[in-house]
Design a protein around this ligand. Structure first.
Ligand SMILES: [Mg+2]
Length: 171
């Protein structure tokens, strides 16, 4: 069980992920969380920096599918603004959520990455079906009340140490 909670990579933000290196290892698809991974919780704003990230990923060749447990119509609009697709259903960490994203991408388990900020949804769900998982720090401390409880569990069960940007110690 414990290994299912471990991501393959950990980064401060999506901007720190070396996409080219992952592409060179054979990964071609990205399933990515929205709230607190791409944008602050419940703030669906596509900044130029985020749009540029999506453009770079697509230029490399990656296909991107947003997978969120939030309001699906908001997520769909966010995906349209970014020029990517979104999964028709949420429901992380259950396998059907990830399988629906894989099928929307026309992707296989072997060539797909999962990027997200939550261990018990993004990482656990991705690991359960054998996807390559990447954990990022949450963008904002503000989040859904249910997520706050999950954060406590992440620290207790998975030993996660939080380094939110506003609280990051100087290196
Ligand atoms: Mg999230």
């Amino acid at each position: 069980m414990h290994s299912l909670l471990k991501p393959r990579q950990i980064h401060s933000s999506i901007f720190d992920i070396n996409l080219m290196s992952l592409w060179n290892q054979g990964y071609q698809n990205i399933i990515i969380d929205v709230d607190n991974t791409m944008t602050a919780w419940n703030r669906y704003i596509t900044t130029p920096k985020l749009k540029n990230w999506a453009l770079i990923a697509k230029d490399i060749g990656f296909r991107i599918c947003l997978l969120s447990n939030s309001n699906q119509s908001k997520v769909k609009q966010f995906a349209l603004d970014l020029g990517v697709i979104s999964s028709p259903v949420g429901g992380k960490p259950f396998p059907r959520a990830f399988r629906s994203a894989l099928s929307a991408l026309g992707a296989s388990v072997k060539n797909t990455l999962v990027i997200g900020d939550q261990i018990f949804t993004d990482i656990l769900g991705g690991n359960r079906i054998g996807l390559y998982t990447i954990l990022v720090d949450p963008i904002d401390k503000r989040e859904f009340i249910g997520t706050k409880l999950s954060r406590l569990m992440e620290q207790l069960v998975a030993g996660r140490r939080y380094v939110c940007k506003s609280h990051r110690q100087p290196r």
